[in-house]
Design a protein around this ligand. Structure first.
Ligand code: ADP
Ligand code: ASP
Ligand code: MG
Length: 424
């Protein structure tokens, strides 16, 4: 008997028919003798629908009080899912009970809309499992120190599931989704993308942080910190396929480099269309200038990603960086009204229509010339690179967003990733 956490995403929970399918799949695992905790997301489209309603009422949603209420609102999507799934499980002849995050409780900080899990009390879950029940816990939500409902950021049900698995020292956490594993890149953009039978934790962390939304980055961080065995697999197979076959399917996140037998220099390509570029031009190049620009941005609670400072010419330099596209207008306004006057900058400019494309691979640690291949491939396609950043196992470039698909496909081919799906 094993203790296993199952997570089902929005599409997998997208209709009563699909929920029935989830219930049957869970029932199969329970009847095989396992203890199962299920963490479902809201039904597909529901979180967007709820947040869209709020936006109709209040387009500028930046105050803490509004964000608190957005969380109270968005968390209801998962509340619906756990109730429906519990009913579906009982209809399959299983004993089941559902919990909202606050009932467990899953305690978080108070950073509304992107709260972090601080602790999970698993006592009630354990007692129910011991009594032979399937326990269903809402994804995406928790409760803060003031007793307010919080949410964990978009895609946060992955993190709920892995955090519960970590807290309970579960034997495995299975992330069931609408693709059958982690691919070399988003298979919806590159049909030639290949499923990876395994991916190293480090690579998965980079892929998630660089925009591959198949796993929320914090879920990968949790898996790494607590060594949670983590697998991404399809919820769209027939629910009654053999458990052994299902347990081996999809993509396993591995923690030892040697376990990654695929040995490609570049394992995957990620892209992110959620960023925007801003630049402060002609600032006097003297100590403290980076702090005066980025300090002001940080104070306004705006996260900065890539940063580039040019070599100075005649005592002046240019400063460019990227922010989340939702923060673009606010950042530009801040730079124009506060930073430029304070630093004596000549000009502030920006472009929200950019895309960050990244190549990721552990093999980059030991191979030279990988970035050069990336730049050559892009130049052969006539794609201009606006910004570059590198780390040990990734290289990212910022390009015009209209070339995103072209760039991803060309890089996928150039690094030998096109091909047949990997065997299970
Ligand atoms: P869920 O609702 O199950 O959480 P998500 O939509 O959050 O599902 O994540 C799954 C989606 O992630 C896939 O449908 C796919 O389009 C996208 N995706 C992006 N990059 C990758 C990748 N490298 N491998 C697999 N899927 C990816
Ligand atoms: N329902 C939430 C969202 O749409 C959480 C999740 O799906 O993981 O972001
Ligand atoms: Mg998701």
């Amino acid at each position: 008997m094993a203790l296993i956490v199952h997570k089902y995403g929005g599409t997998s929970m997208g209709s009563t028919e699909r929920i029935r399918n989830v219930a049957r799949r869970v029932g199969k695992w329970v009847r095989a003798g396992h203890q199962i905790v299920v963490v479902p997301s809201a039904m597909s489209g529901e979180t967007n629908r709820l947040l869209g309603l709020a936006k109709e009422l209040s387009p500028a949603q930046t105050t803490n009080a509004v964000m608190r209420e957005l969380d109270a609102l968005a968390a209801t999507g998962e509340q619906v899912s756990v109730g429906l799934l519990a009913i579906a499980l009982m209809n399959e002849g299983l004993d089941a009970v559902s919990y909202a995050g606050w009932q467990v409780p899953i305690k978080t900080d108070s950073a509304y809309t992107k709260a972090r899990i601080e602790s999970i009390d698993d006592q009630r879950i354990r007692a129910d499992l011991a009594a032979g029940r399937v326990v269903i816990v809402t994804g995406f939500q928790g409760i803060d120190g003031e007793g307010r409902v919080t949410t964990l950021g978009r895609g946060g049900s992955d993190t709920s599931a892995v955090a519960i698995a970590a807290a309970m020292k579960a034997d495995e956490c299975l992330i069931y989704t609408d693709v059958d594993g982690v691919y070399t890149t988003d298979p919806r953009v590159v049909p030639e993308a290949r499923r990876l039978a395994t991916i190293s934790f480090e690579e998965m962390l980079e892929m998630a942080s660089l925009g591959s939304k198949v796993l929320q980055i914090r879920s990968v961080e949790f898996a790494g910190k607590y060594r949670v065995p983590l697998r991404v697999l399809s919820s769209f197979t027939d629910w009654d396929i053999a458990i052994d076959e299902e347990a081996r399917s999809g993509t396993l996140i591995t923690f030892e480099e040697a376990a990654n037998m695929e040995q490609a220099v570049v394992s995957g390509i990620a892209f992110n269309r959620d960023e925007a570029k801003v630049a402060v031009l002609g600032v006097p190049d003297k100590p403290g200038v980076a702090y005066r620009i980025l300090g002001a941005v940080a104070e306004a609670n705006i996260d900065v990603d890539m940063i580039i400072q040019n070599m100075s010419r005649e005592g002046k330099t240019d400063f460019s960086f990227t922010v989340h596209r939702n923060d673009y207008a606010r950042t530009l306004d801040l730079l124009k009204t506060q930073v430029a006057p304070a630093t004596g900058a000549a000009e502030v400019s920006g472009d929200p229509r950019i895309c960050k494309v990244s190549i990721v691979g552990i093999g980059m640690k030991s191979h030279v010339g990988v970035a050069a291949t990336m730049f050559r491939t892009l130049s052969e396609e006539g794609i201009n690179i606006q910004m570059i950043s590198t780390s040990e196992i990734k290289t990212s470039v910022v390009i015009d967003e209209k070339y995103m698909e072209l760039a991803v496909r060309a890089l996928h081919r150039a690094f030998g990733l096109d091909g047949e799906p990997a065997a299970a």
